[in-house]
Design a protein around this ligand. Structure first.
Ligand code: PGA
Length: 248
């Protein structure tokens, strides 16, 4: 049984003092079958750890550099994140691919480096509106997944989380329909099966991301191949994030 994962991606939002405010109002009743995760900016990780370390909620990072250490000014290594208690790392979010020009190969290296440190990568994949209209969604996702899988062993593939985030649905208030998200999630699971076998296909968790909120989360989670959500905007306020958790 795959455990549901509700993950918040704060992106470049919330200062340390705003994070303290957030946690003052972060009160919830624990659900056994749902894992809750927050990925704040790097600067907020220590304070997030302070508030979450005695709870069941996990924390992680939004990005990483795929090297253990060295002359990489401004970058953060997997071991630095592990040292701060992070358990998950988002790799290849579309904003990094599009704004910062990260290639499929570079994202693949991040996934590999995160696994090597014993952390769980959340590999983000998804198509632009143009790719969708040109019916190239599956092709694009195969490329993104293929670049990462080419660097991984089957046992490593089993451990990853994949987030399907259609780029046109992110921050737009226009989420994919649950049926469309399921269609692609099924395709992703099939791709995992082809690459790493049945066991991997059954264990990899697939999240949907893109304008998820408390009203639509349950529809996505009803689908057979969707195991959780990656939530941007609605994770910035404790009330909206916890409402999603409650409805999950
Ligand atoms: P959104 O962002 O929930 O604000 O659409 C999702 C994401 O980018 O992970």
């Amino acid at each position: 049984m795959r455990q549901t994962l509700i993950a918040g991606n704060w992106k470049m939002n919330l200062t340390v003092s705003e994070t303290e405010e957030f946690f003052k109002n972060f009160k919830f009743r624990k659900k056994e079958n749902v894992e809750l995760l927050l990925c704040p900016p790097f600067t907020d990780i220590p304070i997030t750890r302070f508030f979450l370390e005695r709870t069941s909620v996990k924390w992680g990072a939004q990005d990483v550099y795929p090297s253990p250490k060295g002359a990489f000014t401004g970058e953060i290594s997997p071991s630095m994140l592990k040292d701060l208690g992070c358990t998950y790392v988002i790799c290849g979010h579309s904003e990094r691919r599009q704004i910062l020009g990260e290639s499929d190969e570079f994202v693949g290296k991040k996934v590999q480096a995160v696994l090597k440190e014993g952390l769980t990568p959340i590999l983000c994949v998804g198509e632009t509106l143009e790719e969708r209209e040109a019916e190239k969604t599956e092709k694009r996702i195969s490329e993104e997944i293929g670049a990462a899988f080419s660097l991984l062993k089957k046992e490593e593939i089993e451990k990853i989380v994949i987030a399907y985030e259609p780029i046109w649905a992110i921050g737009s208030g226009r989420a994919a329909t649950a049926e469309d998200a399921e269609k692609i999630s099924f395709f992703i699971r099939h791709t995992v099966k082809e690459a790493a076998g049945k066991k991997a296909a059954e264990s990899v968790r697939i999240l949907y991301g893109g304008s998820v909120n408390a009203d639509n989360i349950a529809d996505f989670l009803k689908e057979k191949d969707i195991d959780g959500g990656l939530i941007g905007g609605a994770s910035l306020k404790p009330e909206s994030f916890l409402a999603i958790y409650k409805n999950a």
